[in-house]
Design a protein around this ligand. Structure first.
Ligand code: FAD
Length: 307
């Protein structure tokens, strides 16, 4: 039986693993992959202590940091997804997509979030056929085209900024009168002559033939329908916590965010902690996810030593 199973290899899971190694807790880290959500960012400028770094390099550094100190104490299962957690008389069992079951005295859930899908007619049909959820993966395929970004938060503006490097034009549609992104980013991106922002509209349907060719939206004020021809639609409408495997084991908000005690990161079930974007705590950032996990690790250590 492990002292601790950490689920997730983003910033929160990585920080948890580094601290678990320092505290000599026999730990298993299970993660689909070693990469936080910001792995797609070309230039992260707020990772404290580093003036700027790409998301890919940050993820590689985190993995290297774990490996440098993990020998004999933190075991890693990469490429396995946790599918269920079960409470046992003593501790917990964790089952994965590889049909393996592992046992531990405590669990840290650090599974972050996954992209929220566009839920309108045509969105399913044209996914990967003109609709995409990853600008840095698919953006270059849309070189020279008129493209649309759905979503006016930081991720939407970051996507627009990346696309401006090769698209003919980028139109960003936002469902509220104001953008959620940082004002400094909004100003910078909208200043590009190839960029257009449309606010207070609701996407209605995606149409096309073999590939998506248009997005129709409704003006929230006038009710007027407008069809925008496009070569590609990039969706950035938020994230949903990746916590389905823990339903019924710990308390969650309706949206799937795990309810935690903000002082400790403890979930509703004794012996389970959670950190980072999958919790109900506000503000989702790399530095915050790391701090949350470290705080949780301090409590996990005290809990295990008191046993
Ligand atoms: C496009 C974009 C740009 C961003 N830019 C910045 C930025 O510049 N600065 C900043 O501070 N923040 C940025 N953020 C936010 C930041 O990336 C997140 O706050 C941070 O990644 C949260 O870390 P986390 O460890 O909680 O979760 P995540 O980063 O989501 O990591 C979750 C991990 O869990 C794994 N996982 C998920 N489900 C399972 C499962 N069932 N079993 C096993 N493993 C699982 C995943 O593979 C992943 O490794 C950005 C986010 C996005 C989307």
């Amino acid at each position: 039986m492990y002292d601790l199973i950490i689920i997730g290899g983003g910033p929160a899971g990585a920080a948890g693993a580094i601290y678990a190694a320092r505290k000599r807790l026999k730990t298993l880290l299970i993660t689909g992959e070693f990469a936080g959500q910001s792995v797609v960012s070309e230039d992260i400028q707020n990772w404290v202590g580093t003036i700027h770094i790409s998301g890919k390099e940050l993820a590689e550094n985190m993995k290297a940091h774990i490996l440098a100190y993990s020998e004999g104490i933190v075991e890693i299962k990469e490429g396995e997804m946790v599918t269920a957690i079960k409470k046992l008389v003593k501790g917990f069992s964790v089952t994965t997509s590889a049909k393996k079951t592992y046992k531990a005295k405590t669990i840290l859930i650090a599974t972050g979030s996954a992209r929220r899908k566009l839920d309108i007619p045509g969105a399913d049909k044209y996914e990967h056929k003109g609709i995409t959820y990853c600008a840095s993966c698919d953006g270059p395929m849309f070189e020279g085209q008129d493209v649309i970004v759905v979503g006016g938060g930081n991720a939407g503006f970051e996507t627009a900024s990346q696309l401006l490097a090769y698209a003919k034009s980028v139109t960003l549609v936002n469902n509220t009168p104001d953008y959620f992104a940082d004002p400094v980013t909004v100003k910078k991106v909208l200043a590009n002559p190839k960029m257009k922002g449309i606010t207070n509209v609701t996407p209605i349907k995606v149409e096309g033939d073999k590939f998506a060719t248009s997005l129709t939206y409704k003006d929230n004020k006038t009710g007027k329908l407008v069809t925008l021809p496009t070569g590609g639609i990039f969706v950035e409408i938020g994230l949903a916590p990746a916590t389905g495997f823990a339903k019924g084991v710990v308390k969650m908000l309706q949206g799937g965010q795990i309810k935690v005690d903000p002082r400790s990161g403890a979930a509703s079930e004794k012996g389970i902690w959670s950190a980072g974007d999958c919790t109900d705590l506000p503000y989702h950032q790399n530095n915050i996810a790391v701090g949350d996990a470290i705080r949780a690790l301090e409590h996990i250590y005290v809990f295990l030593k008191a046993k």
